[in-house]
Design a binder for this molecule. Sequence first.
Ligand code: NAP
Length: 660
Amino acid sequence: MYGGAMTHVTARDDALATDEMTRLIGLPFNDSDDVIRAAVAEASVPSLLMSMVHMTGDVGLLDELPKPFMLIAMDLQGGMSEPDKQAVRDRAFDVICDYRDRGCPPPFVPDAAQLQTMLNVMSAGQVTAEYLDYVAADLRFSDADQRGPVLASTAEQRSEFPVVVIGCGEAGLLAGIKLKHAGVPFTIIEKQASVGGTWQANRYPGCRVDIANQYYAYSFEPTDHWSHYYSEQPEILKYLNDVMERYDIAPHVRFQTEVTRAQWNERTGSWQVTIRTDDGRDESLTARAVICAVGQFSNPVVPNIKGASDFEGPAFHTADWRDDVDLTDKRVAVIGAGASGFQLVPAIADQTAQVDVYQRTAQWMAPNINYHAAIPDPARWAIRHLPYYGRWLRFVSWWPIADALDEQVTIDPDWDSGGLSSSAANHGIREMFIAWMRVFCSDEELLKKVTPNYPPMGKRTLQDNGTWLTTLQRDDVELINDGIAEITADGVRTIDGVHRPADVLIWATGFDVNHQLGPINVRGLDGLALNDAWSDAPYAYLGVTVPKFPNFFCMFGPGTNAVNGASIIYNSECQMRYILGCIDMVLANNARYAVPRAEVCADYNRRNQERLKTMVYTHPAVASYYKNSSGTVPTLYGFRIFDYWNWTNRPNPDDYELQS
Ligand code: NAP
């Protein structure tokens, strides 16, 4: 329980002694009034308001000043009017100068009641007492998230428990950081040449994150790294490289090496992991546990369209980008207008002679004025220096898109809109999204083509600042929504008989998320193959552990994709905390392994799928890559992120069979 100042001040004082905590909360400063004035002018006003409380220790300030109207992740300004924002900025300038002049003393940390008061103001009453621990941990008022479970095993036990991690994307890297911290030996096997996973593979032009980077970042790293609110792929890759270097994880990684098989050996109580090196040699590693951090987006799909192999020019998937293909003055056919195509087309249109975009289904886009916006330097100064400002900016980025969206994604069984929306609240979103499209397009024919005929948020919602529709209105870009009849040697023919020539063909056709292991052959108790057990309906308890697969842990596994509002990195941190708890549970009980009880896992997945049946993702009008052959959505997570944080705090031994 977040006990407020009595408990966390002690933790904070210890922690504050470290550079790390100071980096996280805000570095002391002695800058000029001009620097402060510029920062105040560019800052997120709700976050500034909270930082002022940390600088003064005066929660009463919040009664005197205007408040956010409603938190909106996309504008970071809480829907406040200009005069209201100005009133806060004026006061903030004085408060910050005074704080500087006092020598930047350790900032005030609220007790539970004071935090509730701050949150009442910040979230317009949405954050109730139930969420206090969860929010306090992410704001770093308590150390609960970072400490992880209190380990009952000995350091010696942990040092004799080798782990193999499959994949070095954000999750595999995180696993390495946390295992290293806990003194567990590990080897990460990564098929690509360096860290990054999906951010290494997807380097098509325009590729960028669609969750604000304040949230799409490790919670234990400061958030002043980013030059943009939603950074492009090279910056994310650099971030992951920087983090890998900072925690010195590279010596533990074998790059350009693939895991082909992992077989549980009941006699030795360990996994035999077969790896294939870049030069084709097979090797075998022995591990007490395997962490599968391949994620859900590592298997690109190229659809089986007639003539696909007849195309004579370069043809490649967005996740397999060909740096050697120069698109200058080329006619390019892009098949698919989902998240990848939507980012790619505007980024190449200036270079190419013509882009033809083949869209099977229109996608919903959410208005986001910050989507391509750089974070001005003064605003970065605020993140780096103003006490807890960066943490609150992160809160403004995540709270509105996480559990706060519940109503909009729930199906009202009595709501009838002919499949266009799933409830009154969802319909409101639909109208808001359409109004946003009309800001950028008055061509009714194009608007008809790009307006989805299914409820908003039923699939991953794209972030939009108008670039997509502006691009589609160029003379040298065409959106085609007639079905594709065939691919020819030099172009694409649609079912209306029109043939459009192309020099390059790009598949922006997504991933097979329901077979996330791809060709990796994982065999558990009694030789059971995980790909057979899962088929196209993968399951895992809390998305992490699988019955009959001892000491086998997934990250971004089945049932963990919170489609519309979560940071995969945040969820990975929850999973890794849980995995460490499981390892500790095995060791502290002198067990060989733990497997989740089949009935516990089945019940969890049943409840998750039941809940998802009430949500827009399973609405009959929504066709998405999440749905498997039987129409369920096994990769999705339907509950609150808050619940996930709670449930993954540490394993409940009753949920597991511990084998001695
Ligand atoms: P996607 O959203 O599934 O889009 C694939 C596109 O290909 C869709 O337009 C799909 O049409 C089309 N398509 C598939 N098979 C086709 C066929 N046989 N004929 C014609 N069109 C076909 O895949 P994605 O764009 O790669 O994105 C996948 C996920 O990756 C996203 O949902 C997101 O979670 C993640 N992602 C995130 C970002 C980001 O902004 N951070 C960027 C890229 C990807 P239908 O819609 O009709 O199926």
